[in-house]
Design a protein around this ligand. Structure first.
Ligand code: ZN
Length: 207
């Protein structure tokens, strides 16, 4: 189904796949590590990721997006499925150099176009065995399975809702598997999740 992504907030989870935490030299956190991306970062399927002039190292992070369907606060883990509208594919585009330089992730994760979402909203939850893959110009970069998440979808929804009221349309990005890498002008980046879809975006330098 066609869907326009218009979240009031995008809540992201860092280091939610062991192998990715390790590749960046980090430990797996004891609790979900949360940060926000602004709604102004959202672009759709087929739109261009713009590499900002402030960064020399912008990377892809293919992720499963969870879209909230109902206003909720302090949701129990077992009730989490009842507030989810569906699922989509996301790319948590990251200016890695700025993320490392700043204490907060806001700048490194927050540039315009840094949250591709799509290609559509899929109601049925993907299997834990679903593969998540990222290709750049057809070459494989990231590969993992949803079952490798440290904190499950329902645990994340409950945990986040203990902090902030979730609104219809809000998006949760559930973390990325290993294999993150740089994007260059002219690249085409494809993020695929079995049964959810393939999100394709091109990459260009800021004009
Ligand atoms: Zn991420």
């Amino acid at each position: 189904m066609r869907y326009t992504f218009a979240p009031s907030k995008i809540v992201c989870v860092g280091r939610n796949y062991r192998a990715h935490a390790k590749e960046l030299g980090n430990e797996v956190p004891a609790e979900p590590l949360l940060f926000l991306k602004p709604p102004s970062a959202v672009i759709g399927h087929g739109e261009s990721i713009v590499l900002p002039r402030e960064s020399a190292r912008v990377e892809h992070e293919g992720e499963l997006a969870v879209v909230i369907g109902r206003r909720a606060r302090r949701v129990r883990v077992e009730d989490a499925p009842s507030i989810i509208a569906g699922y989509a594919v996301a790319n948590d585009v990251t200016a890695r150099d700025l993320q490392r330089k700043d204490v907060q992730f806001t700048r490194g994760k927050g540039f315009d176009t840094f949250c591709p979402l799509g290609p559509e909203l899929v109601v049925e939850r993907p299997s834990p065995d679903a593969a998540i893959t990222v290709k750049v110009n057809g070459a494989s970069r990231q590969h993992g399975h949803l079952r490798d998440m440290v904190f499950s979808i329902d645990v994340l929804v409950a945990f986040i809702s203990d902090v902030m009221t979730l609104e219809p349309g809000d998006v949760i990005l559930t973390g990325t598997p290993e294999g993150v890498g740089p994007l260059s002008p002219g690249d085409t980046v494809e993020v695929s999740i079995d049964s959810v879809g393939t999100l394709v975006n091109t990459v260009r330098a800021e004009g």
